[in-house]
Design a protein around this ligand. Sequence first.
Ligand code: HEC
Length: 134
Amino acid sequence: MIMHKTIKVAAVAVSLLMGGTLVRQSNAADANEDAIKQVMKDFHKAPKGVDPICKKATEGTASMDEIKKLIASYKVLAKTKAPQGEASSWTEKTKKLIETSMALEKGGADAQAKYKEAVNCKACHSLHKPEDKK
Ligand code: HEC
């Protein structure tokens, strides 16, 4: 039992560390999906009453550390395969997330507005998020 738990915890840690690498392996419809969900949970969604990092980023209140993590996670996202919709659209959207979050790191006049446009939940979900899933 204890062994089992340890292995599971280790596997999660490894998958977090190597999100980008994992999704390139062939086993991995699951790892692919997990990687997308992880980004959603870590950066787009927050518990009630707490602003998600993406919202803070559009308002200019995200820390540099958070923005760096945001960029890294969008790089992982760009390597995943959309569960639904055109691959070219997914590539375009995820690339835009990388570009605009990198612009946030640099700072600049309309960086926040551009990132806000790129992180449009509905625009992406309507094309790429399967209807039948929560
Ligand atoms: C670039 C595309 C894209 C953008 C932008 C995006 N999402 Fe998603 N999101 C997805 C995809 C694809 C899924 C479905 C993943 C799956 O089920 O395989 C998803 C799933 C989710 C989920 C469900 C996660 C789970 O564990 O099942 C939540 C919550 C979510 N998104 C929140 C958001 C919010 C909030 C925003 C806007 C601030 C947002 N997303 C922006 C692509 C995107």
